[in-house]
Design a protein around this ligand. Structure first.
Ligand SMILES: C=CC1=C(C)c2cc3[nH]c(cc4nc(cc5[nH]c(cc1n2)c(C)c5CCC(=O)O)C(CCC(=O)O)=C4C)c(C)c3C=C
Ligand SMILES: [Fe+2]
Length: 391
């Protein structure tokens, strides 16, 4: 199947302007294939009881206008507040640059229950992620009716964006969960250096890159064959809060750490190869006839070759939420974010394979899970998020 034609996807060299402003309007939402920024503020919201479909639509119209302004480096409103009323912008981003802020919006499966008459418009691809082996999920940090992913190179800019959208939602939607992330763990273009995750490994080497339009159409964008017209040109995002058992990991010896991933820690090269971007030699064996990249190595099990050709656009962030008070151990890890055209053929089967036998499982625990449909972009100042769904 082919994705909806989209001649004005962000071109490689100009997606981020010199002023640090990423275009908000366009056929795709920003924050998917635009350069991954350094910081994340991700929020899920639930629509409040008794809110009508029209009130939901009004919220999304207001959110879109505010998001467009914040992405341009402007306050939510530029009126001088009357001394007797609260300022319409909370103010902590005044004087800061836009910091390449992107605000990406999605809707969760629960929005399609009987509250808004949307049940017949739920795409088949948008269903709760089923329980998966090894899950230890916190329901209070999982799922949600709506989501907002704010990414920026300045943590205060990202936080400000979510805080102000929350403020505008007063009376219409409540925050369900909120995750801050520091340090990107992916690259979304060939221009970006590969960052390292909290386990010290380069992460994002074999990610889909923005320049690879054919892979984006194959794996990320919903094509003309999507069962719901309002989602064509959009995508689906899966988020997983994955705690790393860093105390155990930090006691593991280097050779074993490298075998867990199947890559060298210093260079990021696949074991059995020389350079980071060399092809992964999944068939290579050592002198004793043993696979150089072990049967349970993460990159073997996650590779398209092991998953019927499927892969994902990863755009996650390292996180820490301090100390686990029960164990005294760090509560830190990867807030995994992956975009794909259908989670039923993307995240779910790949994660099933990883959950079954990934050597990394000894050192991680999945603690939250969510999936959202991410509609196509906001065309211009008259359009709004998910207009195709709610118009
Ligand atoms: C279900 C999908 C995936 C989950 C969950 C996941 C968790 C996870 N990954 C790392 C670290 C690395 N992953 C790497 C590669 C990689 N991972 C996935 C998928 C999931 N990872 C894919 C599809 C790939 C690419 C495989 C390939 O085509 O070669 C790597 C290697 C570098 C890279 O290519 O990015 C690292 C390192 C952690 C720490 C983690 C959970 C905490
Ligand atoms: Fe991975």
């Amino acid at each position: 199947a082919t994705a909806a034609a989209c001649s004005d996807d962000p071109p490689p060299a100009t997606a981020v302007s010199p002023r640090g402003v990423v275009a908000f309007h366009g056929p795709r939402q920003a924050g998917i294939i635009t350069d991954a920024q350094d910081r994340l503020a991700f929020a899920a919201f639930d629509v409040s009881a008794g809110v009508s479909r029209e009130e939901l639509r009004t919220l999304l119209v207001g959110w879109t206008a505010a998001a467009a302004r914040m992405a341009a480096g402007q306050a939510v409103a530029d009126d001088e507040a009357a001394p007797q009323s609260p300022p319409r912008d909370t103010g902590e981003a005044i004087g800061l640059t836009a910091g390449n802020l992107t605000i990406t919006f999605g809707v969760g499966p629960s929005l399609f229950d009987n509250r808004f008459g949307l049940a017949s418009r739920r795409p088949a691809a948008l269903a709760d992620i089923p329980p998966l082996p090894g899950d230890n999920l916190d329901p209070l940090r999982s799922r949600g009716d709506l989501c907002v992913q704010a990414c920026a190179d300045d943590p205060q800019v990202a936080f400000h964006a979510v805080r102000n959208l929350r403020r505008l939602a007063q009376g219409t939607a409540v925050l369900r969960w909120f995750q801050l992330g520091f340090g990107r763990t992916s690259t979304t273009s060939s221009d970006q250096d590969t960052p390292r995750n909290l386990m010290g490994f380069k992460d994002g080497t074999n990610n889909i890159k923005r320049e690879d339009a054919a892979s984006l159409d194959k794996h990320v964008w919903v094509g003309a064959d999507g069962d719901q017209a309002w989602m064509r040109g959009g995508t689906y995002v899966v988020t997983r809060r994955i705690r790393m058992l860093l105390e155990s990991w930090d006691r593991d010896y280097l050779r074993d750490q490298e075998q867990v991933f199947g890559r060298a820690k210093a260079s990021g090269a696949p074991l059995g190869a020389a350079e980071e971007f060399d092809p992964v030699p999944l068939g290579a064996k050592d002198a004793g006839g043993e696979l150089i990249i072990a049967a349970d190595a993460h990159i073997r099990l996650a590779a398209p070759a092991s998953n019927g050709g499927v892969t994902l656009l990863r755009r996650g962030y390292s996180y820490t939420d301090g100390v686990n008070q029960e164990t005294g151990q760090l509560d830190a890890g990867l807030f995994f974010i992956a975009f794909q055209r259908d989670p039923r053929t993307g995240f779910i089967p790949v994660q099933r394979r990883l959950a079954a036998s990934d050597a990394l499982n000894e050192y991680i625990q999945h603690t939250s899970s969510a999936v959202f449909a991410v509609p196509p972009g906001v065309r211009d100042g008259r359009d709004y998020w998910a207009s195709g769904l709610l118009a």
